[in-house]
Write a protein that binds this ligand. Structure first.
Ligand code: ZN
Length: 282
């Protein structure tokens, strides 16, 4: 039972096209993005509808690239009471950018989102949680660009991202509050339990169990995340996919929306800036 006042579960959505997913980069070339069928508006609207139906508010980490092409979608996200935040300009990994390129990416995405949404953007999530020990300048760059918090770490063992030794609680780095995606420590290992591919691949009841378990700790909050393409079973599928990518990207796409709806009804969710208001000093 949740006994503390206010929502303790933060819902977050990383708004990007299905073809911008890092694991599919060998199948969809960056140069082809503007020629591929855009599905981000339709799939994000599906999430907005689910949230409207369940009275849920969330934080939308959105690409500047999406804001540039679909400003109406950005306005809708804001008008429906959600928090607008940045997922970078075009989903380049932070660890593959120079410090200067990262600083430009942060400012460009913030400007595009703020122009479209007419609200201040203070949250950031690195594509594929790609802030790590090879990017020691990342938090100072975030602070300089006017951000206040980041949710760019997922402390699990994963071949694409994550640092299994990473801090799992909110913490401050170079003036920025880092809010990691929730993991459940079991037997000295951090187990994933709060979204992305794991939400679809692992049994749904595991997510429910782990989120409820996490907030048994006094003051604990949870950070969950998902993508619009995860509620879009009709998205095109490239030929000759590697086995792991097929499992990771396409498992239970058709069930995801109903699992998410159940999750939204079972727990009380809110946007990050409210769930973590204490950590953010608001
Ligand atoms: Zn992403």
């Amino acid at each position: 039972m949740e006994t503390e006042p206010g929502a303790r579960h933060a819902m977050s959505i990383d708004v990007e096209e299905f073809f911008q997913v890092w694991a599919l980069r060998n199948h969809y070339a960056r140069a082809d993005w503007d020629r591929l069928p855009s599905r981000v508006v339709e799939s994000t609207d599906r999430l907005l509808e689910l949230m409207g139906a369940t009275g849920t508010h969330a934080t939308f980490f959105t690409l500047g690239w999406v804001a540039e092409r679909h400003p109406d979608l950005i306005r809708r996200i804001v008008a429906e009471g959600h928090e607008l935040a940045s997922h970078g300009y075009d989903h380049q990994l932070v660890r593959e950018m120079s410090e200067q390129a990262f600083r430009e990416d942060l400012m460009r995405s913030k400007d595009l989102l703020e122009q479209a949404g007419k609200v201040e953007v203070t949250g950031y999530r690195a594509p594929n949680f790609s802030i790590d020990s090879s990017t020691p300048w990342a938090y100072e760059a975030l602070l300089d660009a006017g951000y206040r918090y980041s949710s760019s770490s997922h402390p699990v063992a994963n071949d694409h991202y994550g640092d299994v030794r990473g801090e799992r609680h909110p913490h401050r780095r170079d003036g920025i509050v880092e809010l990691p995606v929730t993991v459940l420590p079991v037997g000295g290992r951090n187990l994933p339990c709060a979204g992305g591919g794991y939400f679809r691949i692992l049994p749904y009841r595991w997510t429910r169990f782990a989120l409820a378990r996490t907030v048994r700790e006094p003051g604990a909050r949870t950070m969950f995340y998902l993508h619009p393409w995860e509620v879009d079973p009709g998205q095109p599928r490239p030929d000759r996919l590697e086995f792991k990518t097929r499992i990771r990207h396409y498992t239970r796409l058709s069930k995801c929306a109903s699992m998410l709806k159940d999750l939204m009804q079972r727990f009380t969710w809110d946007r990050i800036d409210r769930v973590y208001a204490r950590e953010l000093g608001r």
